[in-house]
Design a binder for this molecule. Sequence first.
Ligand SMILES: [Zn+2]
Ligand SMILES: [Zn+2]
Length: 250
Amino acid sequence: MILSDFHLHTTFSDGKNTPEQMVQKALELGLNKMGFSDHSPTFFDKSYCIKKENLNLYRETINDLKHKYADKIKIYCGIEQDFYSDEKTDDYDYVIGSVHYVKVSEDYIAVDESADSFKAAVSKYFDGDALSFAEAYFETVKRVLEETNADIIGHFDLISKFNDQGLFDESDKRYIAAWKGAADELLKYKKTFEINTGAISRGYKKEPYPSKDILNYLKDNGAKFVLSSDAHSTDAICFNFDKLKDLIIR
Ligand SMILES: [Zn+2]
Ligand SMILES: [Zn+2]
């Protein structure tokens, strides 16, 4: 039985439910540990992150819940630190390091917005070559621990979010070389990779991040894993964990 979930969003960033609603749902589900990980601010995109002026309130709110529910569930206050966020992370119990953008000259290009924005970025910045976008993404992912000093590597292959629509070929040797380059670098840190079901619960993908081939490669090279829902609402907490738990029990 799965008893924890450490990738949870709330109304402090782009989630639909308050932290306390998330706690109540977690209790209903029988969790004994949970961690909040709202999005750290980035200077160029304010729409989905915690507002800078609310960072203290975020920590205080989670802290209050820690105490209020101390006899029922252990609550952690984390942060999902974007590669391009310059906020410090010392005041959190743990950090998820995630790449949501690729920087090309002075522009920050969202990786996970929509299939249409993906295609537009490919034609505007990558000469129509979707694999170049993927290569630029993994070059950034490769440095995510160096940059964020995270404990957990978030959705390693987020670039594949809309690829059930056939945006690029994941069996292409360029794609494989790109993710292997990032994986080999990150494996050196002995940190934990997520198995993230967020794109399944939101209907974008049938499989979690990372894809099977990547997951097997990471496993064969000794990676540790944690199941993450990346829930943006109460109904997605621990989404599909019961189906995936065998993946992390080795
Ligand atoms: Zn994320
Ligand atoms: Zn997230």
